[in-house]
Design a protein around this ligand. Structure first.
Ligand code: R5P
Length: 312
């Protein structure tokens, strides 16, 4: 696009938004994003955006509904202020786990959220490691879906791994784990799990050889930590030498960070798509930044350049 671009952010991940701006050498756009006394979200864009190519950064992380509402109201405000194009930059797309009905009389929440975002008035979406790739198709506007795998794999290469097996902790994550395996030149193991109830995972079986190997569990997100910790225990039982893990989105709900600290996992590498608080941080959790990746994507979208080099 011709002309300048502007970057705004809701309150979900200001540290990441500021880092993206530093990478792009532009200031973060001024906006009031707060609350009225009655609890409703209050938004005002405090600079002119008329005719501008605007990128709005917001992860739909906890408090999820609040951050979603901030995103929707900011899009509405930018559209009514005549921004020429609005790209919702969602490093973490929440409600993504509810992307299909698993029982009768349930919503498809990921689809509803995509409808809300589109109806609010965005023209494009830029996101990272959607829980299910099919969510891209829930939008009828362009979606650029980046992967954190190159960043995470690079970190594991620095550890000079020997005899590595990459583990998918569930069958839904096989493609993701296989992509990581190819980057690392490792072998693959797959765990089959079931969820007897929401947020509870139970392992059924595992295929693949892990004995005496460095096992790396690859997942898109860590929420309660149940999937990760159960998988790590199984890998140790089956003779793995040591267990590492990586995931793009560190939701780290409840006391999961503490559970990870007390688990057999040696190290968990995550990214900053969701802020990891000081209380959640411990010596086993390493946070890598996705700011340079998102900054490069923003610059390329603005200049109408291809994003394919960012997937290598
Ligand atoms: C499952 O389909 C996902 O890829 C993750 O494995 C899961 O969401 C992690 O959740 P939790 O940490 O609560 O087990």
């Amino acid at each position: 696009m011709e002309g300048q671009f502007q970057i705004f952010s809701g309150n979900s991940n200001l540290a990441l938004a500021n880092e993206i701006c530093q990478n792009l050498n532009v200031p973060l756009g001024r906006a009031l994003v707060g609350q009225f006394k009655n609890g409703e979200t209050r938004v005002r864009i405090e600079e002119n955006v008329r005719g501008s190519d605007v990128f709005l950064i917001q992860s739909i992380c906890a408090p999820v509904n609040h951050h979603l509402m901030e995103l929707l109201l900011m899009i509405d405000a930018l559209r009514r202020a005549s921004a020429s194009r609005i790209t919702a930059v969602m490093p973490y797309y929440g409600y993504a786990k509810q992307e299909k009905k698993t029982a009768g009389r349930e919503p498809i929440s990921a689809k509803l959220v995509s409808n809300l975002i589109t109806t609010a008035g965005v023209n494009r979406v830029l996101t990272l490691d959607l829980h299910a790739a099919a969510i891209e198709g829930f939008f009828d506007i362009p979606v650029d879906h980046l992967r954190a795998a190159p960043i995470l794999a690079e970190r594991f290469k620095q550890m000079n791994p020997m005899n590595m097996v990459v583990v998918s902790p569930d069958t839904g994550g096989v493609n993701r784990a296989n992509d990581f395996r190819e980057r690392m030149g490792a072998s693959l193991a797959i765990i089959a799990k079931q969820r007897p109830q929401p947020d509870v995972s139970e392992i059924l079986e595992m295929v693949g050889e892990v004995k005496d190997k460095m096992a790396v569990i690859v997942d898109d997100m860590i929420s309660t930590g149940g999937t990760l910790i159960e998988a790590a225990d199984l890998l140790m039982e089956r003779g793995a030498k040591e267990v590492y893990a990586c995931a793009t989105h560190a939701i780290l709900a409840g006391n999961s960070a503490e559970l990870i600290r007390n688990s057999v996992v040696k190290k968990v590498v995550v990214t900053n798509t969701i802020p990891v608080s000081a209380e959640q941080c411990n010596e086993k959790i390493e946070v890598l930044t996705v700011a340079p990746l998102l900054a490069e994507a923003i610059q390329r979208i603005h200049k109408d350049l291809s994003l394919s080099t960012l997937f290598v």
